[in-house]
Design a protein around this ligand. Sequence first.
Ligand code: DSN
Length: 453
Amino acid sequence: MAIGIEASLASVDPHVAGLVNRAGELQGTTLALIPSVNHSSSAVRQAVGSVLDHSYSEGYPGKRYYQGQEVPDAVERLAIERAKELFGVPHVNVQPLSGSPANMAVYSGLLSGGENRGKIMGLDLPSGGHLTHGAKASLSSRFFDAVPYGTDPEGWIDYDGLEERAQAERPDIIVAGTTAYSRRLDWERFREIADKSRALLMADVSHIAGLIAGGAYPSPVEYVDIMTTTTHKTLRGPRGAMIMVTERGLNKDDLMGEKIDRAVFPGMQGGPHINTIAGIAVALHEAAQPEFKTYAKQVVSNAEVLAAELRELGIQLVTGGTDSHLFLIDLRNNNGITGNTVAEGFERAGIIVNRNAVPHDEAPAYYPSGIRVGTPAITSRGMGEKEMLQIADWMSDMIHGFAGRKDRLGIDRKGERNGSNRREIANVRLVEDVRAGVIDLCEHFPIPDSYIG
Ligand code: DSN
């Protein structure tokens, strides 16, 4: 008999069922403003939670080391074809388990490693780069030589500095990619710099893949050799990743795709998660619909409105604003209040953000001077300009309120450790008022089950 009868999670494991229900309740009654978070459709989640989880499929479609591959081959081929079509690339690998292994697979596939390690050049972490773009704490700088580029004091990428450094350092791969940078990347300029220093150019579009697919952010495909992305951010799929090789990349090295595939399997990973790949295929189908274009444009317009209103209300933003899905609030002129305190205060009010370093931040990474704010998830709920203005009011009131009580808020590490930050924030009346407003707003904008039709 086919598997089809579902034993309820609640009866098998009430503990885990309770945690899942609590997560649903919290997500439903709070605003997810972490830019890398989104609400996938139930169709995506059904694919991920399906019997495809029982597959073992080491290898690639048509050449597996296991039998029983009729469905896994079809699922993986479908995801690959949909990604090729959506992004306009000739080669796609959908197996990386997430963004970090995807980036590491590109480096290990194309650079020699070992003694002659090869060199990567990426945006440094405090300027908005990712760990795997060569940060000190990441294996990307331990297995390979890594040199960073950065931003000017206002937070804009310093392309002249990048060019100069690239000429001097001669990296093998320049990574054009960000996790906390609000402005459009100048793909053409990156290409010129890569050509002058004879480097390959890799775009890590994890944050903006959905915006690119929806036409709300310029695509780097014509300029870069390789493009990596996660699938769960603006693309609104399950947690996973893809590596794409462009025509340009294949023209330079027709084995580039094969080298990267070998680095993913058997280099970095064993069996791919076919259930996740099915979820990616669903997300790619959703992203190819006309509704997704409207969504992507609204994400950017919501971020622009939220940022502009905050600025109007006296909140300082890195680069002064945004033209993507996210921006950074710079708290350095708010009476010494720090990102951790503001993030915790917001959480009590039901506004979920993450603490974040701002460019040239002298504060420690865990007590940084900024917070990062993004609109992909609240836009998925259907919120628009009116709601952005309301959220900006709440955020600004709380930041000014916390800063005004700075002396009693224990904003230092001691306050963080002994809990005095949290206790003081809990006593701010305004936080309770905002919490009530957030619950009301969430009731009017429930998390959708589906985005098509
Ligand atoms: N998950 C990424 C983000 O939050 O931007 C970092 O790895």
